[in-house]
Ligand binder design. Structure first.
Ligand code: G3P
Length: 225
C-alpha cells in the first residue's frame, strides 16, 4: 500500500516526508485554499519539499475539456514529471481524457463516488481513481464497501488503474481496505501519525526503558560497546 499526504502544508510535508514512507502528495482546490497562500507558489514549495521523484497530484479547475488539458500541461511544466493531474469525474473530465493521454499526462480521476465512474475513467486511461470514503459514509452509504466494489470490478476486468482512496476519518477504514489490497491511500499529516501510534507500543517502551535504566543507568549501546 502506498501512502500519500493529503495536504498542501509544505512545512508539514517537509517534516513527515523523510520520517514516514510517503510516496507523494495529493492536493485539490479546497486543500490549497486551507493554506491561503498563492497556489502556484505553494505547489512549487511542495515540489521542493518532496523532491523530484515523489508523486505530486494537483487538480484542474476549468469547466471544459480544452481548459482542463491546457491547465494540465501548464501544471506539468511547473511541477515536473512525477506529476498526476487530477481530473474530476464529470463529463467534461472524461472528454478531456484522450487528449490528456495523447500528451502523455498521468491522470488521477477524482471525486469518485461510484464504481461506474471508476470503470469509465479506468477505461479512458486513468492511472488512478480517487474515491472519497468518508464523504460516502456521511450520506449513509458505506464508503469502504464502495471502494471494495471498485477494486473487485477492476480485478474482474483486469484493469490496471490504481485505486487511491481518500477522505478518511478512522484507521479502521484503512485496515478494511488494506485487507483487500488497496493500491494507495492519501491521508492528512495528523492521520498518518495516528496510524503509527498505539498505546501498547508506548507501554512496551516504558517497560523497556525502566529495565534498561536499571541495568545500565540509561546508557545506549554506543556507550557500552
Ligand atoms: O483528497 C480528497 C480529500 O481531500 C477529501 O477529503 O476529508 O475533505 O472528505 P475530506
Amino acid at each position: 500500500m502506498l501512502y500519500l499526504l493529503d495536504t498542501a502544508n509544505a512545512d508539514e510535508i517537509a517534516r513527515l516526508v523523510d520520517a514516514y514512507p510517503v510516496c507523494g502528495v495529493t492536493t485539490n482546490p479546497a486543500i490549497l485554499g486551507q493554506e491561503g497562500a498563492e497556489p502556484a507558489r505553494q505547489l512549487r514549495l511542495i515540489r521542493q519539499a518532496i523532491g523530484p521523484q515523489r508523486m505530486l497530484h494537483a487538480q484542474v479547475t476549468g469547466k471544459d475539456a480544452e481548459t482542463m488539458v491546457r491547465e494540465a500541461l501548464a501544471l506539468r511544466d511547473a511541477v515536473g514529471e512525477s506529476f498526476y493531474v487530477k481530473i474530476p469525474a464529470v463529463p467534461e473530465g472524461l472528454r478531456a481524457m484522450p487528449a490528456l493521454k495523447k500528451e502523455g499526462l498521468k491522470v488521477t480521476a477524482t471525486a469518485i463516488f461510484d464504481t461506474s465512474q471508476a470503470l469509465l475513467f479506468a477505461r479512458a486511461g486513468a492511472d488512478f481513481v480517487a474515491p472519497y470514503v468518508s464523504r460516502l459514509d456521511n450520506i449513509g452509504a458505506d464508503g469502504v464497501d464502495i471502494v471494495e466494489e471498485i477494486m473487485h470490478d477492476f480485478k474482474e476486468y483486469g484493469v490496471t488503474t490504481g485505486v487511491l482512496a481518500a477522505s478518511f476519518r478512522t484507521a479502521d477504514q484503512i485496515r478494511r481496505l488494506a485487507k483487500h489490497g488497496i493500491t494507495a491511500v492519501t491521508v492528512t499529516p495528523a492521520f498518518l501519525e495516528a496510524l503509527l501510534w498505539h498505546p501498547m507500543t508506548d507501554d512496551a517502551m516504558r517497560r523497556f526503558d525502566a529495565a534498561w535504566a536499571k541495568l545500565t543507568g540509561g546508557r545506549d549501546w554506543t556507550q557500552l560497546l
